[in-house]
Ligand binder design. Structure first.
Ligand SMILES: Nc1ncnc2c1ncn2[C@@H]1O[C@H](COP(=O)(O)OP(=O)(O)O)[C@@H](O)[C@H]1O
Ligand SMILES: [Mg+2]
Length: 366
């Protein structure tokens, strides 16, 4: 990718943003009305940064990323803009998207078996990924495949090339998927719940492989998870999603230490404590709302201990809080200054001190 293709901002200055999502909205028609899966999501992914997207199941994380990759089902109603280095991807012809997918933007899904073909050896599949965008011989592609398997820490990579996916463990398979994602030195890697389908004991290893992949390729990475703990120590910035919207955006520090949206507090309160790892609380009561025929107001209101009258009437917009880059969509942001999850959600199990401890420990492992 040459420098002249660098994204330029509206005033013409070169920016560091490789992927720019603006006012992305995705709906699915249903018998009950439009399912408003994504409602006006905007973000810029900067070169080489790790951006975490967190939120409970159904908050719109996957649909956002599928829209970026042009992989939504045909019935989806999409509007807004997705630019890769300034080039519009929304509505781009399939042939254009195929050039970008895999080469510039790679995606890693939750279940490695959805990405791997059971009837081909993993060596063949990694080599094909290399050959899809580069004219190299089969032998050279296999050499590169072995190199990639070694990079993601697969032992005896040469021998492993001949394995079929079913001959590998789930963790090994996900490493093969990561190797495929790295094959063409992408500029963006989107990993959607990459460890969720795997045994807890291999989750940390997969996160480590992802980090290696990110460092090796210099790619920017979008790391999607329902579990804030997974991205602690890895994400540079964090976006919290709820009911199809971004409700908090900031540096990892902003979001972990001085959250300004009660929902984020709730997610933090669900983190396990290192000193009492068996305790895993879910202090946010209730479930996320349906995103069909949504009532006015903030969608978190029914679950929010801090809600007041205005919360039921007006949906708050993302607005700056502790700094211009730390945004929250909450009428009660100020009520969170100096608060701990325990203050808000009536649990004394998690306090800021324990949280700080947790984040530091996780960083230590990285
Ligand atoms: N193909 C689809 N058709 C209809 N609704 C969908 C489809 N895909 C996702 N949804 C709905 O969109 C919302 C967001 O889903 P999703 O992005 O998968 O959530 P997350 O990844 O955060 O768990 C959910 O309400 C989900 O049921
Ligand atoms: Mg998902």
């Amino acid at each position: 990718m040459t420098e002249d293709l660098l994204a330029t901002s509206k005033n013409g200055a070169a920016t560091d943003v490789v992927l720019e999502v603006s006012d992305l909205t995705v709906g699915f028609p249903s018998d009950d009305g439009l399912v408003q899966a994504v409602r006006g999501v905007s973000y810029g992914l900067r070169r080489s940064e790790v951006l975490g997207i967190v939120g409970e199941s159904g908050s719109g994380k996957s649909v956002t990323s599928l829209a970026v990759m042009g992989l939504l089902p045909g019935n989806a109603k999409v509007s807004g803009s997705v630019r890769f280095r300034g080039k519009e991807l929304l509505g781009a012809p399939e042939a254009e998207l195929n050039k970008v997918r895999g080469r510039n933007v790679a995606m890693i899904f939750q279940d490695p078996m959805t990405s791997l073909n059971p009837v081909y050896s993993v060596g063949f599949q990694v080599a094909e990924a290399v050959r899809a965008h580069h004219a190299v011989s089969k032998a050279a592609a296999l050499d590169r495949a072995a190199e990639l398997l070694e990079l993601v820490r697969i032992p005896n990579p040469r021998q492993r090339l001949d394995n079929y996916p079913h001959e590998m463990s789930g963790g090994m398979r996900q490493r093969v998927v990561i190797a495929i994602a790295m094959a063409n030195n992408p500029e963006v890697i989107i990993a959607d719940e990459p460890t969720t389908a795997l045994d807890v004991t291999v989750q940390a290893q997969i996160m480590e492989s992802l980090q290696l992949a990110q460092q090796e390729t210099g790619a920017a990475m979008v790391l999607i998870t329902h579990d804030l703990g997974v991205i602690a120590g890895q994400a540079d910035r964090v976006m919290v999603m709820y009911a199809g919207k971004l409700v908090e955006v900031g540096t990892a520090e902003d979001v972990f230490y001085t959250p300004r949206m009660p929902y984020t507090f709730g997610l933090l309160g669900s983190l396990p404590r290192l000193d009492r790892p068996s305790e895993r609380l879910t202090p946010i009561q209730g479930a996320p709302p349906s995103v069909v025929n949504m009532p006015p107001g903030c969608p978190f209101t029914p679950r929010c201990p801090l809600s007041v009258a205005v919360c039921e009437e007006v949906e708050p917009a993302l607005a700056p809080t502790t700094g211009p880059e730390h945004l929250a969509a909450c009428h009660r942001s100020d009520a969170l200054i100096g608060a701990t999850p325990g203050d808000v959600f009536e649990t004394d199990v998690v306090d800021t001190e324990a949280l700080a401890h947790f984040v530091t420990e996780t960083e230590g492992q990285a």
